[in-house]
Write a protein that binds this ligand. Structure first.
Ligand SMILES: *Cc1c(COP(=O)(O)O)cnc(C)c1O
Length: 420
């Protein structure tokens, strides 16, 4: 059903009054501009700080002070098993079983660790298929993994581009490329949501196509997790990784996450690089020879949990739990739809929205591609207390985030654009 919106402040604030998620805005701290909260549309780059982080951090510090090393077992959330406190909430957001997810490391590190398990080229099967224009960290990871295995990236990496003159990649083009080179492909690896265009790929279809040719399918969910409800288990995805500082609001460099399907996680023979923290918890402190992987994705853990780097994650996931991912998605569709409607009223600025129009193919981000004057518009937004995101050479990305953005925020953005 298409929405019928109105471009007025009264209408926008009316939608906010009816929005049951509106109170969550109060749970966050906003940067200030001329003494008032900025209008923040950068949650796809760094989510805002939940107010509850500070108290939780104090509690963790005082457990350290009070217990010293005994905090491993006596802290309110014992450090020995700290990663377990995230499983249930992460599993819901990722659409996974509890054992299939783990909070650990950071995104690119997890990507490399998982590729050590899932990119094992052999004979004629050594290629990686990925989307062109992937986030640079992913490109570097693929390139160096390929080299590590003695192959040439120019030959071993297949990049799928948008059709001539288009900005988006057809899911069907990915699928036919998988079929075309099936026997040579070891791994299909794309973003969930492309960071530049905001395009959400059809992860289920891509996974099926990869499996049909005997390849693994893995995804970088940096821009998808906490943005779009996922069903990684049911989609049969082999592995995925993400960061927590974008839509998950867990602070700069916050702990990342990983998904490993149970068919590998529960197979102790499946190859993985190990450290003591991934070892079976019954024998972890026995300091014996012979790695015994614990159950699930947690067996990919290497080091003991960076507890202070996980406190904000704990606070933020509580908010997701309370708000509920499906309710967030419902609001997100409407909020992004409203922003799109308002942007479509603007005729005096030379931009087009390159993010897919179809709801199923996008999350909350809209990417505005400017013919010219993009940087000037971006600077005017900044001067007016609007935090957006500039991507070279000519794109402004905005993310109306359902946890803390409002319909009024969208209207304010529109009104500032009108004055430029
Ligand atoms: C943000 C982002 C990253 C960042 O990687 P880190 O290891 O967390 O620094 C990687 N890949 C994608 C697709 C991203 O959007």
């Amino acid at each position: 059903m298409p929405f019928s919106f109105e471009a007025s402040l009264v209408y926008a604030t009316g939608l906010d009054q009816k929005d049951t998620l509106h109170p969550f805005r109060e749970q966050f701290l906003f940067p200030q501009h001329n003494g008032t909260d900025v209008t923040y549309f950068c949650g796809n780059s760094l989510g805002l700080q939940p107010k509850s982080v500070s108290d939780l951090m104090d509690k963790e510090l005082s457990d350290w002070a009070r217990y010293g090393v005994e905090g491993h077992f006596r802290a309110a959330n014992p450090w020995f098993s700290y990663h377990h406190i995230f499983e249930e909430r992460l599993a819901k957001i990722a659409g996974a079983l509890k054992d299939e997810v783990v909070a650990m490391n950071t995104l690119t590190v997890n990507l490399h660790l998982l590729m050590m398990s899932f990119y094992r080229p052999a004979g004629k099967r050594y290629k990686i298929l990925m989307e062109a224009g992937a986030f640079p960290s992913d490109q570097y990871a693929m390139e160096t993994q390929v080299r590590l295995n003695g192959h040439d990236p120019a030959d071993a990496i297949i990049e799928i581009k948008p059709k001539e003159g288009a900005y988006l990649i057809d899911d069907e083009d990915i699928i036919s490329a998988i079929k075309a080179d099936g026997e040579a492909i070891a791994l299909v690896m794309t973003g969930g949501v492309n960071y530049y265009t905001g395009q959400f790929f059809d992860l289920e279809k891509i996974t099926r196509a990869a499996h049909d040719v005997g390849a693994y399918a893995g995804f970088d969910l940096a821009h998808a997790i906490g943005n779009i409800p996922l069903q990684l288990h049911d989609w049969n995805v082999d592995f995925a990784c993400w960061c927590s500082y974008k839509y998950l609001n867990s602070g700069p460099g916050g702990v990342g996450g990983a998904f490993v399907h149970e068919r590998y996680g529960n197979d102790p023979k499946f190859p993985r690089l190990a450290g003591w923290w991934g070892n079976d918890e019954q024998t972890r402190f026995k300091m014996q020879k012979g790695f015994i992987p614990q159950k699930g994705a947690a067996s990919w853990q290497m080091s003991n949990a960076p507890v202070f780097n996980m406190v904000a994650h704990n606070a933020a996931l509580d908010l997701f739990e309370k708000a509920d991912m499906d309710a967030l998605r419902e609001k997100s569709i409407k909020l992004t739809g409203y922003m799109e409607f308002l942007l479509n009223q603007i005729t005096h600025l030379p931009f087009e929205i390159i993010t897919p129009v179809e709801r199923a193919r996008r999350g909350c981000q809209l990417s505005l591609l400017f013919e010219d004057r993009g940087k000037e518009v971006f600077e005017a937004l900044t001067q007016n207390g609007i935090v957006a995101d500039w991507r070279e050479p000519n794109v402004i990305r905005i993310a109306p985030v359902p946890l803390y953005n409002t319909f009024e925020d969208c209207f304010r953005f529109y009104r500032v654009l009108l004055t430029i």
